[in-house]
Design a protein around this ligand. Structure first.
Ligand code: 13P
Length: 253
């Protein structure tokens, strides 16, 4: 049985004090949550403070991105050792906003995935098609290219530690959610690509989150699909009550 993983990607939202307050609200709300893994990804600036808030609770810390180099002259970037020191357990890699605005490529995704795994942190690898790609019937080609690229030279033992997040770009922040069927079709295909790469056992165990306008009102339907194992939530993760409602929908499955 795959354990649901509900992660809040706060993106470039919340000051440090707002982040601490939100993290505290989430920690309080999820005290009774037993079966669902809960993860939050604040900004770099707030991460160390939020790490103190979640320490010893059932909320885990994720970071939104890293650089693949160990240290040095990379203005604006953060290394995996820095993230590890504050206790991050997950790193989001290859988010479509990174791909779209910050020159993320299949190659840099792969470098970051390998760096993260080498530090014993789990990558949440984001993949997904744009609307023109979907309309041109390129869904499967786009997904398989992104998956193969991300997992290049990643061993089976390491692949097991990864989480995938299917985020159709056209559904992110638009309020336009994929239907349960559209999402399930993509997730089932993603699992089949993992099966081709790593075999049935790893494919069966790998968790694949859905991301893109997931909200309390649509979470239960999406999470009821066979191959949907959680959510990567943007907007609805910025308030403790709506984030909790999604976690609760996972917990009640
Ligand atoms: P929204 O939930 O705001 O659509 O964002 C999804 C997302 O990009 C999470 O990484």
């Amino acid at each position: 049985m795959r354990k649901y993983i509900i992660a809040g990607n706060w993106k470039m939202n919340k000051t440090v004090s707002e982040s601490i307050a939100l993290a505290k609200g989430i920690v309080d709300a999820v005290k009774g949550i037993k079966k669902t893994e809960v993860v939050i990804a604040p900004t770099y600036l707030a991460a160390a403070k939020v790490a103190d808030v979640v320490k010893g609770t059932n909320v885990k810390l994720a970071i939104q991105d890293i650089h693949w180099q160990d240290q040095g002259a990379y203005t604006g970037k953060v290394s995996v050792d820095m993230v590890k020191e504050i206790g991050a357990e997950y790193i989001i890699i290859g988010h479509s906003e990174q791909r779209q605005y910050f020159h993320e490529t299949e190659e840099t995704v792969n470098l970051k995935v390998k760096k993260t795994l080498a530090a014993n942190i789990k990558p949440i690898i984001c993949i997904g098609e744009t609307l023109p790609q979907r309309e041109a019937n390129e869904l499967k080609t786009v997904l398989s290219t992104q998956i193969t690229g991300a997992f290049k030279d990643v061993s089976s033992a390491d692949a097991e530690k990864c989480v995938l997040a299917y985020e159709p770009v056209w559904a992110i922040g638009t309020g336009k959610v994929a239907t349960d069927e559209q999402a399930e079709e993509a997730h089932a295909y993603i699992r089949s690509v993992i099966k081709d790469l790593y075999g049935a056992k790893i494919a069966d165990e790998m968790r694949i989150q859905y991301g893109g306008s997931m909200k309390p009102g649509n979470a239960a339907g999406l999470l009821s699909q066979n191959d949907i194992d959680g959510g990567l939530i943007g907007g609805a993760a910025l308030k403790a009550d709506s984030f909790f409602a999604i976690i609760d929908a996972a917990e009640k499955r």
